[in-house]
Structure formats: C-alpha cells, structure tokens
Design a protein around this ligand. Structure first.
Ligand code: SF4
Ligand code: SF4
Length: 357
C-alpha cells in the first residue's frame, strides 16, 4: 500500500446531534411517554420529568427559499430555534415551554401553513420529486399530492380516522413509490417504443438486457445497426429498461396511467409487514387536478373511516372484512387483473421479518 495514501472524504448526512434541541439532547433515549394534546401537537415526557412539545405543520416539500426563510423565522421567533423535517415533508418545531405552543400555531396558521398530521389523522402524502431531477418520471408526483391534499385537508387537521393513514405517490413505476396504507403509483400499459437509430450510440446493450426482470429484451441488428428487440408477450411494462436506455421510451401521455394500491405497512408492531395490493388500475393520469384518482382515494378513506374498528390500519381492516367486502364497500370494479398469478411471487415477495420460507 502506498505510504500516506489519501483517505476518502466522508460525505453524507451530517451528525444530527449538533442540531438537536437541548432538551432532546439531554434526554436522548430516556423518553418514557407521550401525550397528544391536540391534532398537530405531541408532548413527550422523559424519565427525568422534562417535557418537550412538538408542533407539526405540513409543507409542500419542494420549498422555495422565501418559504424556507419564513418557516425558519417563525422557528426563531415563536419556537426555540430548532426544526426538523419528517419523511412526509412536515416541518416540526420543538419547544420546552407549553406557553409557546399556541402562539406558535397561530403564527404558522397566520402565515398560511396548516397544523396537523399527528396520531389518527391522514398525514401529509409522501412523494418523490422526479419530475425535477430524475430521468424516468411519467408524472409530476408533487402535483398529485397538492391536488389530493387540497381535498383531504380536513382529515389532516382532524384525527378522526380509525388509525393513522400514510399515503404515498411515485412518479414512475419502479423506484421510490414506497409502501403506504394507500399508494398512488404510475402504471405503464404498453411496452417501450425503441428508437433504433439511437440505441447503438446511447445504450450499453448488455446492461439493458440484464435489467429486464422477465428476460424480454434481446440484442438484435436493425437496419444494419446493433439494437435491441422486445418480446412484447413477455414484457410486463415495468419501465426498468428506460433508465439505462432512454431510446426505449415507455412514458406516454395516454398509456401511462395511475394505479391505486392499498394495505402496505412497514411496521412490525401488531402484525407482520404487508405488501400493498392493487385495487384500481388504468386511472387517467390527468393533470392538473387528477380528479379521477382523487375521487377513488376519497372513497376508500370514507369507507375505511366508517367501517374500520378503532386502531385498525387499512391492512388490518381489509384482513378482517376480506377483499370481496372491500370491493363491495368501495364500489371499485373487481377484474381478472386484480388476481396475482405470477409464479415467481412466492420467492420474491418473501419479505416478512416474521416468517421466512
Ligand atoms: S419515483 Fe421514479 S421517477 Fe420519481 S424520483 Fe423516484 S425513481 Fe425517479
Ligand atoms: S418494460 Fe420492463 S419488462 Fe418490458 S422490456 Fe422493459 S424492462 Fe423488460
């Protein structure tokens, strides 16, 4: 090994402790309990008797610098100068004095922000933002979030659901669109269209062939040039070939649709984690307000609110009532496309931390 070899410079997340509220730092790992004084506010109590109040406000995630400054100014003036962002794009302010809670909420609401999203409310929809920087989006996930949250804002500000509801969106079909009680994901419905003139110049063909999960792509010579061909009978329209090979265009304003999935749950708390299941497909990807997708999400939420027992998450509720009853109550059409007949699923969906087979 060369002497005095240059060591790599570590990058990544900075140490979070330097930004932590002093009361949180002092009581790190020593929190005994918490209460929920009102929607949007949590009070944590430590073993030492210290208390800290957290006030949560929704944000639009893609924040311009003026909004960010406004949020920080509110934190400096009405809170203790410490904030954090949750994975669902909420900003949280921590205060160690209860008297600061109401003025802080008032300042946030006066500035046009909404306070809520705690306990059994509908939390802010988590979303990706690929249309800004990613190479494969087929829709603007932030727009879907904005349109839906405008309609669901009552449920963000009121904790009236049987349990918390996490909704997610994604702008493509394969990557970030995580598990949620309800997930709104892109669904491609046609195989990619290949621009054979570009493939030889742009793509590494072996990487593209290897990328296809169902081995539908083969190398081919087209018009005397090296290119690719797709066996359209095998293709499941996933879009995985598009990132390594942009000439395999799969996004299409008409054929890239939205699909709604329900019952995804990461948690091990009461039952094993569950995968979300498709309940509505082929929904028009219809900006700027996505009315068709929003109507379905609202219907599912209203039925869940009405029918589920206290503390049942959406997956627990469906487990209890069964899928036939779910489709009956939500009035969603059940078709043959809802039946998962993929032979490989038993092995590849082996993701429970409780049982491995
Ligand atoms: S969901 Fe897909 S398009 Fe959106 S950011 Fe993630 S990988 Fe990119
Ligand atoms: S869309 Fe998916 S299944 Fe179809 S060819 Fe591309 S990688 Fe294969």
């Amino acid at each position: 090994m060369a002497k005095n070899r240059r060591m790599p410079i570590e990058t990544g997340c900075p140490d979070g402790f330097q930004y932590m509220h002093p009361t949180m730092l002092k009581n790190f790992g020593q929190w005994k309990d918490h209460t929920h004084p009102r929607v949007g506010v949590l009070c944590h109590i430590s073993d030492s008797g210290d208390k800290i109040w957290t006030v949560r406000a929704g944000t639009q995630r893609i924040l311009d610098v003026y909004t960010l400054r406004k949020l920080c100014d509110i934190g400096d003036e009405y809170a203790d100068g410490h904030v954090r962002f949750t994975i669902r794009s909420n900003i949280e302010y921590m205060v160690s004095d209860e008297a600061k809670v109401e003025p802080l909420i008032e300042a946030l609401e006066d500035a046009g922000f909404v306070v809520g999203g705690t306990q059994n409310s509908v939390a802010f929809i988590s979303h990706t933002q690929g249309w800004l920087h990613c190479d494969i989006p087929a829709t603007d996930a932030s727009g879907v979030v904005k349109a839906m949250m405008d309609e669901l804002i009552y449920e963000f500000k009121h904790a009236e659901m049987p349990n918390r509801v996490h909704i997610t969106t994604s702008c493509c079909q394969i990557n970030c669109g995580g598990q949620g009680d309800i997930a709104i994901n892109i669904q491609h419905t046609k195989p990619p269209k290949i621009n054979h003139d570009l493939v030889a110049n742009v793509c590494e063909r072996p990487s593209v062939v290897a990328r296809c999960p169902v081995a539908a792509i083969r190398p081919a010579m087209v018009n005397g040039k090296p290119s690719l061909e797709v066996d359209e009978k095998k293709c499941i329209c996933c879009g995985a070939c598009y990132p390594p090979c942009p000439p395999m265009q799969i996004n299409d304003p008409e054929h890239s649709k939205l699909a709604i999935w329900v019952g995804g749950n990461h948690s091990n708390a009461r039952s094993k984690p569950s995968f979300q299941k498709l309940v509505a497909a082929g929904i028009p990807n219809n900006p700027p307000r996505w009315p068709e997708a929003t109507a379905i999400v609202k219907k599912i939420l209203s039925v869940y609110k009405e029918d589920a027992k206290d503390w049942e998450r959406i997956n627990d509720w469906i487990d209890r009532i069964g899928w036939p009853r779910f489709f009956e109550l939500t009035e969603l059409p059940f078709t043959k496309y809802h039946i998962d007949n993929w032979r490989g699923s038993r092995k590849s969906l082996n993701a429970s931390t409780h049982i491995r087979f």
